[in-house]
Design a protein around this ligand. Structure first.
Ligand code: CA
Length: 226
C-alpha cells in the first residue's frame, strides 16, 4: 500500500484529503507545517508527498528543496487559487506535478496515480533503475554495466542517480551542485565538471559513454542512446 504524506496547514483540507485518499486505499500521514513535514519525511519514507505551497515555518518551496537533497520521492504541489505559482521554478526544484485549489478529489487522485505510475516505471519503485545495460541499485549503492559492477564514489553515484531519474532535462552546473551536493555546498561549478568527467570515463569502460551529454553554454543532460 502506497504511503502518502499530506502537508497542509488548513485542518479542514487536511482531513478532507485524508478521507479521500484513505477511501482510495492509500495509507495517509499528515503534517501541518514545513518543519513537521521534514521530520516525518525522514521517519516514514512516503511513496508520494502532497505539498501545500503556503505553509507556516517552512513554505512548500523550501520543503521541496530540502526533500530533494536526499530523496527522489514524487512530489505534487498544491497551490491556492490566486496564488502566483511559478511552474518552471516548481519543476526546477523537483516537483513532479502541481494541482490548483480548489481541486476535484477525483482529479487529484487521478494525478496521484499517474505520478506514481510514471515514477514506478522509470525507477522501479525508486530503488533500482535499469535500462540499456545499466543497472543501479540505490539501496545497495551498486552500479552494474552489463552485469559487471563498477565502482563509483558516493557523489558520482548520487550524480548518476539524479541524472538517470531526470532524463532529457538539461541541468546547469549550479543546479546540479544544489541538487546533488546540497544547497549549502560552498563548492565550485568545476566540481560538477570533474565528477561528470570521471563518471563518463567509468561508464565508457562499459560502453555507455555517450549518455551524459554536454549542452554547450548551459550544462548537462542524461540522454541514453537507443
Ligand atoms: Ca496553506
Amino acid at each position: 500500500m502506497a504511503i502518502i504524506l499530506v502537508v497542509e496547514d488548513e485542518e479542514s483540507v487536511r482531513e478532507l484529503l485524508r478521507l479521500y485518499l484513505e477511501k482510495e486505499g492509500f495509507q495517509v500521514e499528515l503534517a501541518s507545517d514545513g518543519e513537521e513535514a521534514l521530520k516525518k519525511m525522514s521517519r516514514i519514507s512516503p511513496d508520494l508527498v502532497l505539498l501545500d505551497l503556503m505553509l507556516p515555518k517552512k513554505d512548500g518551496w523550501e520543503v521541496c528543496r530540502e526533500i530533494r537533497k536526499t530523496s527522489y520521492v514524487p512530489i505534487i504541489m498544491l497551490t491556492a487559487r490566486g496564488e502566483e505559482f511559478d511552474k518552471v521554478l516548481g519543476l526546477e526544484l523537483g516537483a513532479d506535478d502541481y494541482v490548483a485549489k480548489p481541486f476535484s478529489p477525483r482529479e487529484l487522485v487521478a494525478r496521484i496515480k499517474a505520478v506514481l505510475r510514471r515514477f514506478n516505471a522509470s525507477s522501479g519503485g525508486g530503488k533500482t533503475w535499469e535500462a540499456l545495460g545499466l543497472r543501479i541499485d540505490y539501496e545497495a549503492k551498486k552500479v552494474e554495466i552489463k552485469g559487471k559492477e563498477i565502482n563509483l564514489t558516493p557523489k558520482e553515484f548520487e550524480l548518476l542517480w539524479f541524472l538517470v531519474n531526470h532524463p532529457q532535462r538539461v541541468y546547469t552546473r549550479e543546479q546540479l551542485l544544489e541538487y546533488v551536493w546540497g544547497y549549502d555546498f560552498a563548492g565550485d561549478a568545476r566540481t560538477v565538471d570533474t565528477h561528470i568527467k570521471r563518471l563518463r570515463e567509468k561508464l565508457s569502460e562499459g560502453g555507455i559513454s555517450s549518455s551524459i551529454k554536454t549542452v554547450w553554454g548551459y550544462g548537462y543532460k542524461f540522454e541514453p542512446e537507443r
